[in-house]
Ligand binder design. Structure first.
Ligand SMILES: O=C([O-])C(=O)C[C@H](O)[C@@H](O)C(=O)[O-]
Length: 381
């Protein structure tokens, strides 16, 4: 089988999610937005799909010359070649681009063989417990504007919807009075009070606190019996994370957004900069590197907690021998109906049952049920 073409279709949809000036997502007025679908075409008529955009110039100048003519089953060879090309093309061939290509290749392999990706990887399980992961704090009345808002929402997520665990993303600039260690701890305490002593709770706060502020947070969370904290400081300072781990009994989960794929994760494990290693398909360049990190973590007897949702992360979670404990479901907000599939999908990628388990799709490839008619009807010229 040979790759003969790679195409990107961009289409319109109506969104009620907006981004603030720092890029964090919040509910907002309905507006037109776009999404893209990348398709890898083969000479045998099998195709692989992944949602995500690759600029046309990157596709034509870098990706197509490397991939057209290749056997799509040589995923490792393709991924290694793309990774090596990054050195002189960092601005255009970044890890998000590698992610889209790699996921489409896994989808293609699954579709060609009639198997879902977690079974190609070597399946371990078919469902994973989820945690409810909130959007960042805001100033919307009845939204996520106060510690009481977080408490009310956590109570609903755990007691009504059945989530076994809950993670707060607290306030970040440009919101007034953010960041604030004091207010973060008030929200964390209110959530603990609302859900009781036994529910695992996590915090993902402002990402640029100082060492002292991060330690203050960690000490507060120790008292509240929190399960882990993510990215409270700039992840480029690994030494700060080593220092934090040495000074708190609270489990520290990372690195999340730091560049460097499995290489960075290996260094963090070696130097004791994390207690739980972190990675997601979107952070590290796809399923191919994420499964390497899962195996790396397993070899060190450490859990890998997967960052973010979506089909790629869910398939990896279902194929890990030393399982990451939770699937991150979100980002959630009291004003957003997360149970509604995106208009370009016929069903949710991550349906959750009443016990809080997310079930992986058994359809071939990434297992997404794509509404191709919707995409065709809403194409952007
Ligand atoms: O762990 C997560 O879900 C995130 O990191 C989600 C977002 O990136 C959040 O941290 C943010 O908006 O800064």
């Amino acid at each position: 089988m040979k790759i003969v073409d790679i195409t990107v279709q961009t289409f319109r949809y109506t969104s009620n999610i907006v981004r603030d000036s720092e890029g964090h997502a919040h509910p907002g007025p309905e507006h037109e937005a776009t999404q893209s679908l990348l398709t890898i075409h083969t000479d045998e008529g099998v195709q692989g799909y992944c949602f995500g955009n690759i600029p046309r110039s990157t596709l034509e100048r870098l990706i197509k010359p490397m991939l057209v003519g290749e056997d799509p089953f040589y995923r490792e060879r393709i991924w290694q070649a793309l990774k090596e090309r990054q050195r002189l093309n960092l601005a255009t061939l970044h890890d998000k681009v590698l992610t889209v290509i790699d996921m489409a290749l896994w989808d293609l392999a699954g579709r060609a063989l009639g198997q879902p990706v977690h079974r190609l990887l070597g399946a371990m399980r078919d469902k994973v417990p989820a945690y409810a992961s909130t959007m960042c704090g805001d100033d919307l009345e009845g939204g996520l504007a106060t510690p009481e808002d977080y408490a009310r929402f956590a109570e609903w997520c755990v007691k009504e919807r059945g989530y076994p665990a809950f993670k707060l993303h607290t306030w970040q600039p440009p919101y007034p009075n953010a960041p604030s260690v004091k207010r973060d701890l008030e929200a964390c305490a209110a959530v603990r009070e609302a859900v009781g002593p036994d529910v695992p709770l996590m915090l993902d706060p402002f990402h640029y606190y100082s060492r002292e502020e991060a330690l203050q947070l960690a000490k507060g969370l120790e008292k509240l019996n929190y399960y882990w904290m993510e990215e409270p400081m700039d992840e480029h300072s690994m030494s700060s994370y080593v220092w934090l781990c040495e000074n708190t009994s609270l489990p520290i989960c990372g690195p999340e957004t730091a560049e460097g794929k499995m290489f960075t994760r290996a260094e963090w494990i070696k130097y004791g900069a994390c207690d739980l290693v972190r990675g997601g398909v979107g952070d590290v360049g796809g399923i191919t590197p994420l499964i390497k990190i899962a195996h790396l973590a397993e070899a060190f007897g450490m859990r890998m907690e997967v960052h973010g949702g979506g089909p790629g992360n869910l398939h990896v979670l279902c194929a890990m021998g030393n399982p990451g404990e939770f699937y991150e479901r979100g980002l959630l907000h009291p004003f957003i109906d997360y149970e509604q599939p995106k208009p370009w999908l016929n069903r949710l990628d991550d349906p959750m049952d009443d016990e809080g388990f997310v079930h992986v799709s058994q359809l071939p490839g990434l297992g997404q049920d794509i509404n191709f008619d919707y995409i065709q009807d809403n194409l952007v010229e």
